[in-house]
Design a binder for this molecule. Structure first.
Ligand code: GLN
Length: 479
């Protein structure tokens, strides 16, 4: 069995037809991880006992000839910002180095209830803050397509694990692009669902009004199947939406003729990377020529304000969310303090990395008395203007297509000392998070150096079906 290209549906079919057992398949993946992940470093930990127990129960069902659940035996990887009961969860931070959560993230529990086999937890930027996975306290991930380059971030471990064949699919989280951008850097599909579509219960909070959980996979169809499992109202997350979950997988193969694709001029600026521009433009032309879509030039005029708005809202919310790491309730506690306040200070000083500290300081500043109106409140107002841009656009078009990232994967170390240029890696992705609309990144070619390039499709709130239809139509037309 070729572990590098196994799909979700292909895995379930192979297990149903008894070509392989879930146990043997999990063992194959663990062997591959042991042999090859030393170089990539996509996993922070593996959860073999739990995985083998899940695989054994799938095999017991298959052995009795019972109907199999929809993800029976599918080996998956989970970004280490989702808590797993009894399995160490670090969020890529020293402050949670030995943290063993007492409960499961809803999205993970739903995958396991559907028969998935969770192989382990993937490496990520500390608290999901970053665009290259170089902010992990446990060392960076390398891009399987070119090991001198980053896999993107912050879900770089999940993207690399799928691209390298260390899991059939993975979960990541996206606050400003962290599913879509690493998907594009590693040449896989990455979906950020509508805000509220997937419960955030058990997702370690970065910026609560922007955080999303979503799948990374080899194909649009796999992403659709996985979203169908993890989506839906969860009484444990009051922001999870009480909106029925459609049969996403049924969208695969439906016609897209006549759909109108908006192409925003702000996402194709002068001077942008020529190969990225050409790949995205060619993909749009292919959808027009082969699938019968209409192409409509549009404008999203507030786009230039998205990055500053994002870095105000995200840091403000992060400074509040990260206040809970005080050395008392979770994780690392400094040993050498004489007073309580010194213990707080030292625990946080020792436990947090440089980027996390930078964000806490920026966010605390933006929320301070006297600055709140000038920064946080202003940012929330601009967020409304960005939302209006999309409302206007979606009066004319059904979907918006842009490049996912302004460049292909950059070199390890290239941007670590330049936070501003790192922040610009998210220039095309942050807006969807701020507005709450869904976005998917799909591979749409390679650079001359052989690096993957991704295109992003965005649609109206809760219109993931359009993303799946168009995305699959593109895969089909490009194949
Ligand atoms: N790279 C962005 C940041 O550093 C987005 C991260 C994310 O989506 N989690 O904030």
């Amino acid at each position: 069995m070729d572990l590098n290209s196994l799909t979700v549906a292909g895995t379930v079919a192979a297990i149903r037809e008894r070509q392989v057992t879930a146990t043997a398949l999990a063992e194959d993946f663990y062997r591959k991880i042991a042999a090859e992940d030393r170089e990539i470093h996509s996993y922070l930990s593996v959860s073999k006992e739990r995985a083998m127990a899940a695989a054994a129960s799938v095999d017991a069902l298959a052995g009795r000839g019972d109907p199999l659940p929809p993800l029976a035996g599918v080996p998956m990887a989970i970004k280490d910002v989702m808590v797993t009961r009894g399995v160490c969860t670090t969020a890529g931070s020293k402050i949670l180095e030995n943290y063993i959560p007492p409960y499961d993230c809803t999205a993970v529990a739903r995958l396991e209830a559907a028969g998935a086999v969770v192989l382990g937890k993937t490496n990520c930027d500390e608290f999901a803050m970053g665009s290259s996975t170089e902010n992990s306290a446990y060392g960076p991930v390398r891009n399987p397509r070119d090991k001198t380059r980053v896999p993107g971030g912050s879900s770089g471990g999940s993207a690399a694990a799928v691209a390298a064949g260390f899991a059939v699919a993975a979960l990541g989280s996206d606050t400003g692009g962290s599913i879509r951008q690493p998907a594009s850097f590693c040449g896989v599909v990455g979906l950020m669902p509508t805000y509220g579509r997937v419960s955030r219960y058990g997702l370690i909070a970065f910026a609560s009004s922007l955080d999303h959980i979503g799948p990374l996979a080899h194909s649009v169809k796999d992403a659709a199947i996985l979203l169908g499992i993890i989506a839906g109202r969860d009484p444990l997350d009051s922001t999870s939406a009480d909106v029925p979950v459609p049969d996403y997988a049924a969208e695969i193969g439906k016609p897209v003729r006549g759909m109108r694709i908006g192409v925003p001029k702000e996402y194709f600026p002068e001077g942008m990377d020529a190969e990225v521009r050409t790949a995205a433009e060619d993909a749009i032309q292919l959808l027009a020529a082969k699938a019968g879509c209409g192409v409509v030039p549009i404008s999203l005029p507030h786009t230039p304000y998205a990055i500053p708005t994002y870095y105000l809202v995200a840091t403000a919310e992060a400074s509040s969310n990260l206040a809970r790491y005080d050395g008392v309730r979770y994780g690392h506690r400094s040993r050498e303090s004489a007073t309580l306040s010194e213990m707080y200070r030292r625990s946080r000083h020792e436990g947090f990395g440089a980027e996390v500290k930078r964000r806490i300081m920026l966010g605390t500043y933006a929320l301070s008395a006297g600055y709140y109106d000038a920064y946080y409140l202003k940012a929330q107002k601009v967020r409304t203007l960005l939302t209006r841009d999309f409302e206007e656009a979606f009066k004319q078009v059904d979907a918006i297509i842009t490049p996912t990232s302004p460049t292909p994967a950059f070199k390890l170390g290239e941007k670590v000392d330049d936070p501003l240029s790192m922040y610009l890696a998210d220039i095309f992705t942050v807006t969807a998070d701020l507005v709450g609309v869904p976005g998917i990144s799909i591979p749409c070619g390679n650079s001359r150096e052989g690096l993957p390039i991704g295109m992003q499709i965005m649609a109206r709130h809760f219109d993931e079906p359009t993303l799946f239809r168009l995305g699959h139509a593109y895969e089909h037309a490009a194949a």
